[in-house]
Design a protein around this ligand. Structure first.
Ligand code: E4P
Length: 217
């Protein structure tokens, strides 16, 4: 499974990217709005730090304007992927952009039917928001399973990008289902490798080694 970071904060992204495990970044208008400075410069520095797809979202609501904004966003860096909301206008824009060689991440997906339409519109990624579905008492993980079934039925190449991830358990479950990508907030990324027994084990190994007076050299 590919791992994207869900962040617009280059200071947060840089150290995690040093692991070599980050395959891309997703941003959204709320995340970018929180950052100080020029949003184009922020996206440019993220896109040069991380080599994979960097999702940048349009803020227009009409297809024509979305396409204009997509062209502006695409000029920021080659690896920018245009994020488009799952509305009727968004589908029109996605269809146009996909046919014109843009990569599109269709976002704010909350149903299998929406995901079906996004695939038919040529989306490169579909972003089902599992945490926000859980928040309203629905089952976000079931949506990932259902989209996978539909995409497999028709051999759609649109990648399932599990979004709105709220826990390490979400990451484990979407990987078991077979999501193509999970976009993970930095705090949750750090929780993926931490384990109490790892810490305890390391502490005792190092203490035993120190007591022995031996050295690796
Ligand atoms: C994904 O592309 C979105 O930026 C993100 O996952 C939304 O997550 P949230 O529901 O925690 O805001």
């Amino acid at each position: 499974m590919k791992i994207f970071l869900d962040s617009s904060n280059i200071e947060e992204i840089r150290p995690i990217n040093k692991t070599g495990l980050i395959d891309g970044i997703t941003t959204n208008p709320s995340l970018l709005a929180k950052q100080k400075g020029n949003f184009k410069e922020i996206l440019k520095s993220i896109a040069s730090e991380v080599k994979g797809p960097i999702s940048a979202e349009v803020t227009a609501v009409k297809a024509e304007k979305m396409i204009t904004e997509a062209k502006i966003l695409q000029k920021i860096a080659k690896n920018i992927v245009i994020k488009i909301p799952l509305t009727m206008e968004g589908l029109i824009a996605c269809n146009y952009l996909s046919k014109n060689k843009f990569k599109v991440n269709v976002t704010l997906c909350f149903s299998t039917n929406q995901a079906l339409l996004a695939a038919k519109a040529g989306a490169t990624f579909i972003s089902p928001f599992i945490g926000r579905l859980d928040d309203i008492g629905e089952n976000g993980l079931q949506l990932i399973r259902d989209i996978k079934t539909v995409y497999n039925n028709y051999n759609y190449t649109t990648k399932i990008l599990a979004a709105s991830i709220r826990s390490a358990e979400h990451v484990m479950e979407v990987s078991k289902i077979g999501a193509d990508v999970a976009t993970i907030p930095p705090k949750i990324f750090h929780s993926l490798y931490k384990h109490e027994l790892t810490d305890q084990g390391l502490e005792s190994f190092l203490s035993d080694w120190k007591k022995s007076g031996k050295q690796i050299n």
